[in-house]
Design a protein around this ligand. Sequence first.
Ligand SMILES: Nc1ccn([C@@H]2O[C@H](COP(=O)(O)OP(=O)(O)OP(=O)(O)O)[C@@H](O)[C@H]2O)c(=O)n1
Ligand SMILES: C[C@](O)(CO)[C@H](O)COP(=O)(O)O
Length: 216
Amino acid sequence: MSVAALVPAAGSGTRLGKGPKAFVTVGGKTLLARAVEALRGHVDEVVVATPDGSDAPRGARVIRGGGTRQETVERLLRATNADFVLIHDAARPFLPSRVVHDVLAGARVQGAATVALPVADTLVRGADNAWGELVSRAGLWAVQTPQAFRRTLILEAHEAARREDFEATDDASLVARLDRPVRLVEGDARLFKVTTPSDLALAEALAVAWDAETSA
Ligand SMILES: Nc1ccn([C@@H]2O[C@H](COP(=O)(O)OP(=O)(O)OP(=O)(O)O)[C@@H](O)[C@H]2O)c(=O)n1
Ligand SMILES: C[C@](O)(CO)[C@H](O)COP(=O)(O)O
């Protein structure tokens, strides 16, 4: 069974404010290069989508991304014929090998799987910096990437969403809305998404330990 890693890296990084986020560096490497490095040894091919379809990291094919993450992912899905795909945000640079293995295993069994972490914080729905209502965290998970799928299934889900003008912030929810099962696989706190300047500071700190551990 062939596997392709698909890396959406075409975002503009508005919330970070440093230009195209995939090319921001942490510990001397771009977020994109780190994500591709973590994937390369586990899959048959790596396809990356960047804003203008250039700047392919070593060992990856590159295409032009779309105006939304969902459009970018659908373009990536059409750029491979692999049996299974693993979709991973370039904005999540610290990807443990155990996670890649487990999410692919989940997809092989169930057809669709995503990493997620049980919510550990108290949750509140608020507005204008005012406490609104407490939201029970029981049974709630924070969804991360990678997400893995049988390619035909996730392509069917994206095509249905496009036909129905439905937009999601991830890919597994597009499968779930078709009433198809999605396996939740234990994620990792180090898989946080670099979104705001404080995330970048955290990533710079983690990169020191991460690079020491992975190069040992
Ligand atoms: N049109 C888009 C938008 C996002 N992404 C990718 O999807 C991932 C998650 O998106 P996000 O963290 O929101 O990145 P940005 O869209 O760049 O951030 P922002 O929303 O702050 O602009 C990132 O790896 C980003 O590069 C993409 O490939 N194509
Ligand atoms: C796909 C994702 O990383 C799962 O948590 C998240 O939904 C991406 O959201 P973003 O707003 O596009 O960063």
